[in-house]
Design a protein around this ligand. Structure first.
Ligand code: MG
Length: 390
């Protein structure tokens, strides 16, 4: 099956296409009834790491309430937004979806607090970056297939998962790291996933923040994006109940930004006229972008969330607890790898043999990064609470 006509849609010349893929690290026969990128997406959905996202935090720790976003609902919302954009621009929808569903696979428990804590612990051993870890999950850590490690995804999908990366890390990654050294762009599918990620979390964090009563409508009205839609909805539906009002405002905010993204990117594509994905890669800047005005308003909302939500004392209390949990787990395991379950202990011993302490530390970081919020809390209790069963 060729995907120049993927799912009945005609792909634009600048879209990623099966027949021009840079391929998989371990060559495999073509799938019969799916495209290569559909196969990537399906492998991601069936992975262990994807299922663990159910119990990983976005902003609020998983046990705080059933309605808050988790990494899995976040990833699905990112994919939903990105697929709409991909379809409108005639690029590869299955690849876009695959990148979105995989983009957070390497996330630690406890959201950004967890990432920062693990990065601090790993600083003497090469650091920890969740984005790089997502690639490590799909390339190395998933153990499912007889003939290769990881999920053996296509180059285009791996390129999209690796959103950013230091020059030092890029040098060790071979082909997929090259663009960070040559300063070229990834395919449009990856660029769309990247912006869709920001659109999704900005909007759902507003919703979650209101639900948690950490921010209210009055405060949010300080941002232009929110205020404009709030005024439209309250004028059109006076007396609308609060839950519906909030949803109406948020869905209109998402629509406003997505429409801007599609129109602006369309104009960039018309001006640049890339004839292939390689011509997309060699552009000086990403072609998928918001207009200047929308970018500014989006940044204003992001700044608002940073100050009022992510640094709210109730969120900070949770993140400080999370940081302590991860650091204590890391120190305990690094000091005595015998405390880890057998497969992780063996990985740490292998790491030690090949790369000394840095190799041992990497295996400990892999174990911790793979934990869900609740598993990390339980492991911490098992290690430090004498009354807890081990
Ligand atoms: Mg994300």
């Amino acid at each position: 099956m060729s995907d120049s006509v993927a799912g009945g849609e005609i792909l634009a010349p600048y879209a990623a296409r099966d027949d021009r893929s840079r391929g998989r690290r371990y060559p495999e026969p073509k799938p019969e009834f799916r495209t290569e990128y559909q196969r990537d997406r399906d492998r991601i959905i069936h992975s262990n790491a994807f299922r663990r996202l159910v119990y990983k935090t976005q902003v609020f720790v998983n046990h705080e309430g059933d309605l808050y976003r988790t990494r899995v609902t976040h990833s699905i919302e990112v994919a939903q937004i990105a697929r709409s954009v991909a379809r409108a621009l005639g690029v590869n929808e299955a690849l876009t979806e695959a990148i979105c569903l995989a983009h957070d696979l390497g996330h630690t428990p406890f959201g950004h607090a967890g990432q920062d804590a693990l990065n601090e612990c790993m600083r003497p051993y090469g650091g920890f970056e969740h984005n790089l870890q997502s690639l490590r999950v799909v390339d190395e850590l998933e153990e499912r297939y007889a003939e290769f490690p990881g999920l053996n995804l296509t180059f285009e999908c791996r390129e999209g998962i690796l959103k950013h990366c230091s020059a030092r890390a890029a040098r060790d990654l071979g082909e997929v790291g090259e663009r960070f050294l040559k300063r070229t762009q990834p395919g449009l599918e990856a660029q769309i996933a990247n912006v869709a990620d920001e659109i999704a979390y900005n909007n759902h964090d507003v919703d979650d923040g209101i639900r948690a009563q950490l921010v209210d409508l009055g405060e949010l009205g300080e941002t232009r994006l929110f205020r404009r839609q709030l005024e439209i909805v309250t004028a059109k539906y006076p007396g609308l109940g609060e839950r519906r009002l909030i949803h109406e405002v948020i869905r209109r905010m998402i629509n406003h930004i997505v429409v801007d993204l599609i129109r602006t990117s369309q104009a960039h594509l018309e001006a640049a006229r890339p004839a292939s994905i390689d011509e997309v890669r060699s552009q000086p800047k990403p072609l998928i972008a918001l207009s200047e005005a929308a970018r500014e308003e989006h940044a204003e909302l992001m700044q608002f969330l940073r100050e009022r939500l992510y640094r709210h004392y109730k969120v900070l209390r949770m993140t400080s607890k999370a940081r302590r949990v991860l650091k204590e787990l890391f120190e305990a395991f690094l000091t005595d790898i015998q405390l880890m379950p057998p497969e992780h202990r063996e990985a740490a011993a292998r790491g030690e043999t090949s790369q000394g302490t840095a190799g041992r530390a990497r295996a400990v970081a892999d174990y911790i990064a793979g934990m869900t919020d609740r598993y990390a809390i339980l492991e911490h209790r098992r290690l430090f609470d004498p009354a807890e069963r081990t």
